[in-house]
Structures are given as structure tokens and as C-alpha cells.
Design a protein around this ligand. Structure first.
Ligand code: CS2
Ligand code: MG
Length: 408
């Protein structure tokens, strides 16, 4: 069998998605996600202009060889654009291989290690009553683990906090926004650090000690600020504190670790196992947060997660709405198969997105299952995709109260 075409489909059913469809001379197709939020067209060009021509005529069965050719063979390694493009190819080839075998992908990864993947949902509120309502709504939908984000008194819009009600608009706070320039938000870390422990105290008092609670710091603290926050949150027994400090500084995690037993998660902006070497070998984190879509696909993620497992570190695969349903399905097959699964992030896609991407994965009683459909279990509806052309969009920029650009 040979690859006969590799087409890139860009669609924007509320937010932008980049999908690679590989077709073989025997008529089999595979899908891969290459969505890089706010920088989508860079991956499109990388795939269309530089990668697709290399794929034509290759044997789709040789996934490892194709991965290594695109990684080692290009000379320019790593980086979010390259690794999202490689991920798109890799996942599409796994989809084809699993369809060929007539099996769901997780079977090719070793079979199921569990009945489903524990998912966490995103609750948020501008104040405690709104936050409590959001937590209750997620519990009613079946979520058994909850990420908690709140607004901060004195600051305006805070990234990760819903400004609208339920339904499809519920997660509208996290798309890259469709403006010609990025929206600017104001940030004050001291105000955040003063406010957050009280929020967790109130949530524990309301919802009791058992519910797993998570929090995302969006890379906004210095190491010593993160150490202080981790220490102050210890009484509230977090499942994890995510992205406490800017992720590229692996050594920062060492300082945080010396001060707190709050579990740490990091890695949604990482794209290679090389971003993790210190973190894993020194056991400076508890959860690996990379997305299949941004870290080189199933092939690379399986190796990364196996290495993490050697150190007793578990998975927490990135699953926001800017990972397409194709990337989400790939994550779920890994979640089901690997031994060191921790938790899966799950922000359900909008109904509009699910008209473009026909999924078969299921969310039941707090657990996600990729389904037993052969392959990944996702198909792309071309007509629905074409009805939503690309719209430029940017993630917001974060500035301190004096106007300084800040990390996030
Ligand atoms: C967030 C994401 O899901 C998360 O944990 O940090 O919403 C992230 O900000 C976006 O994926 C950025 O594209
Ligand atoms: Mg995050």
C-alpha cells in the first residue's frame, strides 16, 4: 500500500482547526490533528509545502520510519510548528494502521488497561456563588474531577474564567479570540496569591474532601511565588497545581518541589521528550501535560509516557477545545492503553464542531472511552468543514497593571 494524497483541511466551526487527511492507493484514509492555537497557518504551510510532498508514495505502514524521517531528516528539529505537523502525520498513519487491522487504535497500543479514562472538567466563576453553580453543573453532567478557576477582585477578565452561561458558549473564554489584534488582559500575581487559597477553602467546605480538585496557574508565577502558593494550598489537597511557572525553565520546578507537597503538572506547551528530561529524572513533577497534537503524535507520546512511568509519573494529557476531536480521540486511545494514566482534561467541543468532526468517543459517569470503532473513531465531514472558513484569531496577551507584558 502507498500514500496517494495528503490534504490539509482548515475549518473554523467557532474556532480554527487544522486537519491532515492521508489517503492510500487502496482508498483508506487517516486523520491527524495539527492545530496550533493562534498560529494555525504556520502548520498548514509546513504540512502543505514541506511535508505532504514527502509522503506521496511512502508505505503508510512504516510509521516509525516516517516519524524519524520527518524529525531527523529535516535537520530542524522540535518546535511547536514542526512537532504539530509531525503529530498530524503520525496520528493519521496510526488511524490508517488501526483501520487496516480492523481494530480501535488502543488495541495496537497494547489493549485496554482500564474501563475508561477519568476526565476533569473546567468549572469557573466570577465569584463564589457562580463558581459553586459551575461546579454543581459539571457534577450533574457526570464529571468526577473538577478544575477550579476564579476571577480575582480588582482585575477584569481573567483567562480561564467563563463570562457566559452554559451550552456551547460555556467555553468561549478560551478560544483564541477572533480579533485582528490580541485582546489584552491585566494581571496582578500578588492579588491572585491573596485570593486563591480562600477560594479553595470555600470549595472544600462546600463540596467536601473527596472531590479531586485541580488548578491551572497558566505559567504566571515566579518559582518562589509558586512555592508559596503550593504550600498554602496543601490543606485543600489538590489533585494538581498546573503550569505554576514558565514551562521552559525546568530548574524552576526544583525550587517549587523543595517547598511543597502539592502535586505538580506541566507540559502543555512542550513539544519534545527533551523538554522533560530533568523534570522526569529528578521527579520534579507528578503529571505530564503534553498534547498528542503538539508533541509529535502517538509515537512520541507513547515513548514519553513510558519514560515518565519509569519514574512513577503519570499522564494528564492536554485536552482543551483547541485540540480537535481528532487529537482528543488519539489522546483517549493512549489513556486507555498506558499503565501510568493519571487523568484526562476534557472540555467538550461545541455542537458546531461536532457536526464537522463525527466522533464516536463517549463520556459516561465521569469516564471517557475512545469507542471500539476501527481506527481513531473520528471522521471529517467535508461539506460541514467547508461551511466554516478560517478566521484569524489570537490568544490574549497578559500585561501587569503597569503595562509590562507578563508570562502566561
Ligand atoms: C489551558 C488551555 O487547558 C488548559 O489547561 O491551559 O486552555 C490553553 O490555554 C490553551 O490550550 C492554549 O491554546
Ligand atoms: Mg493549562
Amino acid at each position: 500500500m502507498k500514500i496517494s494524497s495528503a490534504e490539509v483541511v482548515v475549518t473554523s466551526p467557532g474556532r480554527n482547526f487544522v486537519t491532515l487527511r492521508i489517503t492510500t492507493d487502496e482508498g483508506l484514509t487517516g486523520l491527524g490533528d495539527g492545530t496550533l492555537n493562534g498560529r494555525e497557518l504556520a502548520v498548514v504551510a509546513y504540512l502543505r509545502d514541506h511535508v505532504a510532498p514527502l509522503l506521496i508514495g511512502r508505505d503508510p505502514a512504516n510509521i516509525e520510519d516516517t516519524w524519524q524521517s520527518l524529525y531527523r531528516g529535516s535537520y530542524w528539529r522540535r518546535g511547536p510548528v514542526t512537532m504539530a505537523a509531525i503529530a498530524a502525520v503520525d496520528v493519521a498513519l496510526w488511524d490508517i494502521k488501526a483501520k487496516c487491522a480492523g481494530m480501535p487504535l488502543y488495541q495496537l497500543l497494547g489493549g485496554a488497561s482500564r474501563t475508561g479514562a477519568l476526565a476533569y472538567g473546567h468549572a469557573s466563576g466570577r465569584d463564589l456563588p457562580e463558581l459553586f453553580d459551575s461546579i454543581r453543573a459539571h457534577l450533574a453532567e457526570g464529571f468526577r474531577a473538577i478544575r477550579v478557576q476564579t476571577a480575582i477582585p480588582g482585575l477584569g477578565t481573567v483567562y480561564g474564567v467563563a463570562t457566559s452561561g452554559g451550552g456551547d458558549t460555556r467555553y468561549d473564554y478560551e478560544p483564541a479570540q477572533r480579533h485582528p489584534q490580541p485582546v489584552e488582559e491585566t494581571w496582578d500575581t500578588r492579588a491572585y496569591l491573596r485570593h486563591l487559597p480562600g477560594v479553595f477553602e470555600a470549595v472544600r467546605a462546600e463540596f467536601g474532601p473527596e472531590l479531586p480538585l485541580l488548578h491551572d496557574g497558566h505559567h504566571r508565577m515566579t518559582p518562589i511565588q509558586a512555592a508559596k502558593l503550593g504550600k498554602e494550598l496543601e490543606p485543600y489537597d489538590l489533585f494538581w497545581l498546573e503550569d505554576a511557572t514558565p514551562a521552559e525553565d525546568q530548574n524552576a520546578l526544583r525550587l517549587i518541589r523543595q517547598h511543597t507537597t502539592t502535586p505538580l503538572a506541566i507540559g502543555e506547551v512542550f513539544n519534545s521528550v527533551h523538554d522533560y528530561t530533568t523534570l522526569l529524572s529528578e521527579r520534579l513533577i507528578d503529571y505530564v501535560r503534553s498534547a498528542v497534537t503538539h508533541a509529535g503524535g502517538v509515537t512520541a507520546m507513547k515513548k514519553l509516557l513510558d519514560l515518565a512511568g519509569v519514574y512513577g509519573i503519570r499522564s494528564g494529557i492536554h485536552g482543551p477545545t483547541d485540540i480537535s476531536p481528532v487529537g482528543m480521540a488519539a489522546a483517549l486511545h493512549l489513556d486507555l492503553a498506558i499503565h501510568n494514566f493519571g487523568i484526562q482534561e476534557f472540555m467538550p467541543h461545541s455542537a458546531r464542531t461536532l457536526e464537522v468532526f463525527r466522533t464516536s468517543y463517549r463520556f459516561t459517569d465521569g469516564l471517557l472511552h475512545p469507542s471500539d470503532t476501527p481506527g481513531l473513531g473520528v471522521e471529517l465531514d467535508d461539506d460541514a468543514a467547508a461551511a466554516h472558513p478560517y478566521v484569524p484569531a489570537y490568544l490574549p496577551v497578559n500585561r501587569l497593571t503597569d503595562g509590562t507584558v507578563h508570562d502566561w
